[in-house]
Design a protein around this ligand. Structure first.
Ligand SMILES: [Zn+2]
Length: 144
C-alpha cells in the first residue's frame, strides 16, 4: 500500500492493534522484535476500493504490507493456480502456515498459505537471517 492511503481514525487503529495482538498478521513479527511501528493495512487494498472500516483492516509490518501492495490473489507455486491471499482477520494462521524445523522460515500448508508466502516474500533472506538470530536467543518462533 502506498504512503498516501487515507488516515485511519486513532480509536479504530487502536482497536485493530488490540485485535491483532500488536503483531503482523502475516509474518507474526511484533513491534518489540522489529523495533518499528506496525502499519494498519487494508485487507482489500485501497486501490481496489477497500474501505477504511474495521472489517477491512488488520495489522501488518511494513515489509509484508509493501510486498502485498495491491494484491488480493497470488500464484500457488505447487498447483500453478491463483488463490486468495491469507486473510488474517478471517482465517487462522496455524491452519495455513507453520514454521520450518529451525523456526526461521514460514511454510505454507496449502494453496492460500503457499501463495501468500511467495507473494509477501515471507521468507525473504533478510528476515530469515533476522529470525535465526531471534531463534538463537529464544525469542522465536512466537508462542500462541
Ligand atoms: Zn509481516
Amino acid at each position: 500500500m502506498s504512503r498516501s492511503r487515507r488516515k485511519v481514525p486513532v480509536r479504530l487503529a487502536r482497536r485493530v492493534r488490540q485485535q491483532a495482538c500488536n503483531r503482523c498478521g502475516y509474518c507474526l513479527s511484533s513491534e518489540t522484535l522489529i523495533g518499528a511501528a506496525m502499519e494498519i493495512e487494508h485487507l482489500i487494498p485501497h486501490a481496489l476500493g477497500g474501505q477504511t472500516i474495521e472489517e477491512n483492516l488488520w495489522l501488518s509490518c511494513r515489509r509484508c504490507n509493501e510486498f502485498k501492495g495491491a494484491q488480493t490473489h497470488a500464484l500457488d507455486p505447487e498447483t500453478a493456480e491463483h488463490f486468495a491471499l491469507f486473510d488474517p482477520r478471517q482465517q487462522i494462521w496455524d491452519k495455513h502456515f507453520r514454521w520450518s524445523e529451525d523456526g526461521a522460515s514460514v511454510i505454507g500448508i496449502a494453496s492460500t498459505g503457499r501463495a501468500t508466502v511467495v507473494a509477501l516474500r515471507l521468507n525473504h533472506p533478510v528476515i530469515v537471517t533476522t529470525r535465526r538470530l531471534w531463534v538463537s536467543v529464544g525469542w522465536w518462533p512466537p508462542g500462541e
